[in-house]
Design a protein around this ligand. Structure first.
Ligand code: NAP
Length: 313
């Protein structure tokens, strides 16, 4: 990777549904478009087993296969793609500079579609057990817990949907939720309540993790009574699993001090303009009320069209 001397019309940071949708629209508008992504395509949906509510979705289709089609579409319309880690962004002038590990790229406009990372559970011992019983991605790690007891922290769409998915592998899945009622959509809740392998710890949070090498025990605290309950792996199993799905932290550090933010989310108007002319934000990194594939894709489309208008001025 060595950077480029080309002056792009638009550089899109991030290759999830927001970034790819922006790439499709920008490419189709014949803008010289570059998408920069440090890892694999897909953002959050790359680690989602099933997407039910994306309009027109093919039943049972996984996140990665939906993303593969979006990637193909962006390529078809001429969006270039580079794999590199963005180190710094210089956004204030008319020519924006994106400084990556392997070189720099310049563009007249930038779309930030950098998404969000899973929020850590926040219990004692968590870091030590990541990859040794603690995970934030059921699609990636569920098969390591074949036949074992698994716990899931959280009560939103992700936690409950992934708990259902985990029952395909685990002996038993227990959801630990800090309230007495789930936040997840009713249709997702119904699936979980109907599943005989799913159990609940209500009004509870994960307090502490135990084990030598692998995760073997979890202390759960009831937030109403303060009561501590310790659950341990079956002796024959030797370990148990804990999946954290308690929301996300926006990936916005690169833009700190430059773009207006609220709680780490980039603030835009309804047309995805940030406070800097020629800089747009789209998808989960943006302050918004609904974070879904469909809203990320819509944000990306709007941002690209607005970038085109900005370049025309
Ligand atoms: P979320 O909606 O923010 O839910 C986070 C869950 O974790 C909530 O139940 C919350 O409890 C709990 N929580 C937050 N902080 C906690 C803490 N410190 N300790 C214990 N529990 C904590 O996150 P998400 O489920 O990952 O979903 C993120 C976005 O993606 C949402 O907009 C969601 O609709 C969307 N999504 C959609 C689908 C789908 O439509 N199929 C699937 C996955 C995700 P409270 O309920 O008490 O706040």
């Amino acid at each position: 990777m060595s950077g480029s001397d080309e002056l792009y019309d638009v550089i899109i940071l991030g290759c999830g549904p927001a970034g790819l949708s922006a790439g499709i629209y920008a490419g189709r508008a014949r803008l010289r478009t570059l998408i920069v992504e440090k890892g694999a395509d897909g953002g959050q949906i790359a680690i989602t087993d099933e997407i039910e509510n994306y309009p027109g979705q093919i039943a049972g289709e996984s996140g990665p296969s939906l993303i593969a089609r979006m990637t193909e579409q962006a390529k078809k319309f001429g969006a270039e793609r580079v794999n590199d880690v963005v180190k710094e962004v210089r956004l204030s002038g008319p020519v924006k500079e994106i400084v990556c590990g392997g070189g720099s790229y310049r563009a007249k406009s930038v779309i930030a579609a950098t998404g969000a990372n899973p929020r850590p559970i926040g219990c004692k011992g968590e870091e030590a057990f990541v990859g040794k019983g603690v995970s934030y991605c059921a699609t990636c790690d569920a098969n390591f817990f074949e036949g074992l007891d698994v716990y899931v922290a959280g009560g939103g769409d992700s936690a409950v949907e992934e708990a259902v998915y985990l029952t395909k592998f685990a002996r038993k899945v227990t959801v630990i939720h800090r309230r007495g009622e789930l936040r997840a959509a009713k249709s997702i809740q119904e699936k979980a309540f109907a599943n005989p392998k799913i159990f609940f710890f209500w009004d509870s949070v994960v307090e502490e993790l135990h084990g030598d090498e692998l995760l073997c025990g979890i202390t759960v605290r009831n937030v109403k009574t303060g009561e501590l309950t310790r659950v341990d792996a079956n002796e024959d199993d030797g370990m148990l699993g804990l999946f954290g799905f308690i929301g996300f932290i926006p990936r916005s550090e690169l833009f700190r001090g430059m773009l207006d933010m609220d709680g780490g989310y980039i603030v835009t108007d309804e047309d995805m303009h940030t406070n800097i002319p020629g800089v747009f934000a789209a998808g989960d990194v943006r302050k918004k009320s609904l974070r879904q594939v469909v809203t990320a894709a819509a944000d990306g489309a709007i941002a690209a069209v607005q970038a085109e208008k900005y370049l025309d001025v």
